[in-house]
Design a protein around this ligand. Structure first.
Ligand SMILES: [Zn+2]
Length: 523
């Protein structure tokens, strides 16, 4: 009996060891245990997403989130500061209420786009106009007076609100093919009409000049609908109009209004859409620091952008990356308070307008960039990390494999590595460092339908977070930072021979540095 219990206990302990990555390193064991048993992720997510909310560059909410991270780090004993790198047009989102008041009453689901001009408290009412087919620019211009007092629908009508994966599951092959044919011909007709009009931005909407014409003609608002090909999900970017509001309506409501106009029913809508212009405001990065004890002038850096688009609370873009880095810093401070190299974290702003915060940091801190051992960036959603790419560095194989070695199998088993990999020219903030030939790595995670449902959409919210996956990433990041900091060797910057493109016959080039926009939103 005794013997059996002993064997049972031994097996149980062995299993525990595998599950928690027990490998004899007390720092790693403590990191795993604390992250698992006393996670702060849920608390951080709640404050960042539910209390502070969307974090568009130039808004008071983004500044609030920078300040909150500084306070949170200070309370943990981590040095932290906001570093100003530029300024942006200040703006604050207010309410958007939109109702159809004729031929019947229905509240519509929609919201103003970022930097949209405000209405009065009373709002505006008007009919709805769709953009008909025109032979040429002159015909469009002679139609313009008819939009006076109306809302202009600025996007094509989608034939279905069901995502393709739903059609694939349920439709007959024939009806799926029919739908796709219909959508192709509507898309092609829309794009041809736009190019005949001439005031076109690519093939899917009017350009800035086209919207100016509509404003000058006395329209009271612009309606838009940028479907992201998932149920109820639209992407919310910046306003096209300068003097009248632009409102994104969910596909369901947008297409209903469109059908009414097409069929001769004349819907009337009432819109109250409030926002505040705040002049130019400073923009910041938040930097946290745990000073190195042996090599304080060499750096390991954690990285995630803090800013968001503002259609929702930016839970997966990039709330999850943000809380992963915060939690990793908490774990490192607690169990590895005197690192060999200095550990930094960068919470960047204005990533969404072109990596501006991180590009500014690279320009302003050559001392750090030149002595960077490694930077780990996460920015593609809530999923567990599944790919680490060597970013084109010849010796990434040796170093990243060494750093991954003690990572618990339960985490490592999901990860594929790719060496030497390729440097990226954009996409997220590690690219700003790669352009300076500094070792920046992207922790690429599983999609969880990121593209259709949460990337820059109106439904990127707390409920979409998968905390077990985020916890997995916080542990991984903390261990990678610990290992990179402890490494006896300095990461060598020798680059791979870049491949020859089969298409062009030319050799690919290492991405080059691009300057940040330090005074944004002025046009
Ligand atoms: Zn992002």
């Amino acid at each position: 009996m005794k013997f059996t219990i002993k064997i049972f206990l031994a097996i149980a302990l062995l299993n525990f060891g595998i599950a928690t990555g027990q490998n004899g390193d007390p720092v790693i064991e403590s990191i795993v245990k604390e992250a698992t048993q006393n996670s702060h992720l849920e608390k951080y997510a709640h404050h960042l997403l539910d209390v502070i909310g969307p974090r568009l560059v130039g808004t008071p909410e983004l500044k609030k989130s920078h300040d909150w991270i500084v306070e949170t780090y200070k309370a943990l004993g981590i040095e932290a500061r906001n570093e100003q790198w530029g300024e942006w047009r200040g703006w604050q989102r207010g309410i958007t209420h939109i109702d159809m008041v004729s031929p019947r009453t229905q509240s519509l689901i929609g919201m103003q786009l970022a930097w949209s001009p405000s209405t009065t408290d009373k709002g505006v009412s008007g009919g709805v106009a769709i953009i008909p087919d025109f032979e040429n620019k002159a015909a469009f211009e002679s139609w313009l007076p008819s939009v006076k007092g109306k809302f202009v629908m600025s996007m094509m009508k989608q034939p279905t609100g069901r995502p393709d994966y739903n059609w694939e599951e349920w439709a007959t092959e024939e009806s799926f093919a029919n739908m796709k044919n219909e959508r192709d011909s509507l898309t092609s007709a829309w794009s041809k009409n736009l190019s005949r009009i001439g005031y076109n931005y690519g093939s899917y909407r009017l350009n800035a000049e086209g919207f100016r014409k509509i404003e000058e003609a006395g329209a009271v608002g612009v309606l838009s609908s940028r479907w992201s090909k998932g149920f109820g999900a639209n992407r919310i970017f910046n306003s096209y109009s300068k003097t009248i509001p632009t409102i994104d309506l969910r596909l369901e409501d947008y297409t209903m209004l469109y059908r009414m106009v097409e069929n001769g029913t004349e819907p009337v809508i009432n819109l109250v859409s409030k926002s505040k212009e705040l002049g130019n405001v400073p923009t910041f990065n938040t930097i946290g620091e745990i000073k190195g004890s042996e090599k304080p002038n060499e750096y390991v850096m954690l990285s995630a952008h803090l800013d968001t688009w503002d259609g929702a609370t930016g839970a997966t873009d990039n709330g999850t990356g943000t809380i992963v880095m915060m939690e990793a810093m908490r774990l490192l401070k607690k169990f590895y308070p005197n690192p060999k190299r200095t550990i930094l974290v960068g919470h960047w702003s204005s990533e969404e307008q072109g990596l501006n915060g991180s590009r500014a940091f690279v320009e302003d801190h050559p001392d750090i960039v030149n002595n960077l051992q490694a930077l780990f960036n996460q920015d593609n959603g809530t999923g567990r990390v599944t790919t680490i790419d060597g970013s084109g560095f010849l010796y990434s194989y040796e170093f990243i494999n060494r750093w991954l070695e003690p990572v618990p199998r339960s985490i490592k088993q999901h990860i594929e590595t790719n060496f030497p990999g390729m440097p990226t020219g954009g996409g997220s903030d590690h690219s700003s460092f790669l352009a300076a030939e500094a070792p920046g790595f992207r922790l690429s995670s599983l999609s969880w339908n990121y593209n259709n449902y949460t990337w820059h959409t109106n439904i990127d919210t707390y409920d979409k977070i998968v905390f077990d996956d985020v916890r997995n990433n916080a542990i991984l990041t903390a261990i990678l930072a610990y290992m990179a900091s402890e490494d006896n060797k300095t990461f060598p910057r020798e680059k791979r021979v870049m491949p020859i493109s089969r298409r062009t016959g030319k050799q690919a080039e290492w991405p080059t540095k691009r300057l940040p926009n330090r005074k944004g939103g002025q046009d």
